[in-house]
Design a protein around this ligand. Structure first.
Ligand code: NAG
Ligand code: NAG
Length: 372
């Protein structure tokens, strides 16, 4: 079920090792090094056969196994089919890259997760297609990812990453196929990419700061989401998020912040700027009552300093702006240059606004928002 990796990849890196792990269970691994299987790593020779041979050994291993791609070399691979099913325990990621600094994944090509067989199995833990864990100074560019069983790309514990021209596509009804899932990371830029999946284009989770999403086209999918934060009474923080010059096309949400009752921490300095909307169900939404309700709402993740500037386009629902803050309130919510029309001419659209303090700036906000 691993699916297929068909692409031309140039891997250049300068740190300990690039380990493609079949699973992420901690402990000892049997490992197979591509160099022991005939790879040259000189940037000229075709190393595809060596990768395949090492992969077949990894795949035939019962239990845990690691494919080791050593440092300070450049491997040329093409038409690399890393096929399953494998004997190893299947968990969490198809490809996991961890503790690698200054990795460049330079594409051309498609990574296809062949996830459709998983999507009908709601109970099974569907793997992420590609996860980066503790990779600093990462650059991923010019690659297409499609049909992941679960989320397509996850980033956690990483500082300084750029994803440029990384297109992601999965059907609108494929479950939990987030484009990007980011947690515990900072200085991450995703730019000039198209993302259309069955879940969030980008989910920005706790422990993040300075995440930029620039010049993206998002849709179909659930939009760009901060959260959900504060699940299971957790303490989570998100700050300095810039979503700029992005389009949302037919998504269920555009700019979304969602927190769960009973959590703590904050989501602050969140900037959504120059946003185009085409038939979006919830163009602007702050939902502080996401997921399970507490018997008594005794704490909340604090939402403050959110700015929505330059939204134009259409709403597919009659609620274009839905600001639903906890009883503790949101503060400094700014709306500036918002002009949203109904996607069906003649329909009325409106807004709701609860427990929010802030302001509307500049020209008229359409549709108008009462509580700011
Ligand atoms: C993110 O956007 C902000 C505001 O435009 C900018 O100051 C910052 O340099 C950007 N960061 C990256 C990594 O592009
Ligand atoms: C966003 O678009 C505006 C207008 O086209 C442009 O001036 C600005 O530089 C763009 N910003 C980014 C971060 O791409």
């Amino acid at each position: 079920m691993l699916g297929l990796l068909t692409c031309l990849l140039i891997l250049g890196f300068a740190s300990q090792c690039l380990c493609v792990r079949w699973n992420d269970v901690a402990g000892t691994y049997i490992s197979y090094n591509v160099m022991d299987n005939g790879a040259r790593g000189d940037g000229i020779s075709d190393d595809s056969k060596a990768f395949l041979s090492a992969w077949q050994k990894v795949c035939a291993t019962e239990g845990r196994a690691t494919l080791v791609i050593p440092p300070r070399k450049i491997f040329m691979v093409t038409n690399l089919f890393l096929d399953g099913p494998c004997k190893a325990i299947r968990r969490s990621s198809m490809i996991r890259i961890s503790f690698v600094n200054a990795l460049i994944v330079d594409g051309g090509g498609i990574i296809d997760g062949y996830g459709s067989t998983w999507w009908n199995l709601p109970q099974s833990p569907r793997p992420v297609m590609l996860s980066f864990h503790a990779c600093n100074n990462l650059l991923v560019r010019d690659l297409m990812f499609t049909n992941s069983p679960g989320a397509h790309i996850t980033v956690d514990g990483s500082i300084n990453a750029v994803f440029s021209h990384v297109n992601i596509q999965a059907p609108a009804n494929s479950p939990n196929t987030d484009g990007f899932d980011i947690a515990n990371s900072r200085n991450i830029l995703i730019e000039d990419s198209n993302i259309g999946t069955g879940d969030d284009c980008i989910a920005i989770n706790g422990g993040t700061a300075k995440i930029n999403a620039t010049r993206l086209v998002c849709g179909p999918g659930h939009g760009i989401s901060i959260g959900s934060l504060g699940r299971n009474r957790g303490h989570e923080t998100v700050e300095e998020i810039y979503v700029q010059n992005c389009s949302f096309i037919g998504t269920t949400n555009g700019a979304r912040i969602k927190t769960v009752e009973g959590g703590s921490g904050y989501a602050r300095k969140i900037y959504f700027e120059q946003i185009q909307l085409v038939g979006v169900y919830n163009p602007i939404i702050i939902d502080q009552h996401y997921g399970p309700r507490q018997p008594k709402e005794d704490s909340a993740v604090k939402v403050s300093d959110a700015r929505y500037l330059g939204f134009t386009g259409t709403s597919a629902s009659d609620l274009a702006i839905n600001i639903d803050c906890s009883s503790f309130g949101c503060s400094n919510i700014l709306l500036d240059q918002i002009n949203i029309a109904p996607s069906q001419a003649g329909k009325k659209i409106g807004t709701t606004c609860k427990n929010a303090r802030g302001a509307t700036v500049g020209n008229a906000i359409i549709p108008s928002v009462s509580c700011l």
